[in-house]
Write a protein of this length. Sequence first.
Length: 152
Amino acid sequence: MAENVGSPVNLLFTSVGRRVELLRAFRQAYRDLDLAGNVVALDIDPLAPALQVADRPYIVPRLTSPDFVPALLEICHRERISAIFPLIDPDIPLLAHHREAIEATQRRISAARGLSEWPPFVCDTQVDSTALLNRPQKHMHPMWRSPPCRTW
């Protein structure tokens, strides 16, 4: 087992809902790797099952509320969060739009590799493929310029 070295690694998961096994897996990884730190979980529902297994559960405003980002930043500061893991698609564009404010607190947004570093318009359209396809071709990455495949 690794020796516990350095400062705690506190991870924050947004919109945890029913992702109990995910949080348990991270908690087990902390034990297996002998890491200090907390699994911090956010949700709007006080009855969300995953909040019950988190080290530090928080009830937060809805993503659409103007109070969400300030609440997130306060929790990041209070819990000394190392990285933020968005667990539902709508979290990603919101975090991307507020990336500078979040990273100014020395926190990192962890999403699909590099997604949090993409321009906000990409994050906005990642949950809406029609909006992405309607975007002018000149603004798109070359791999997205080919016509879409047919679907049913």
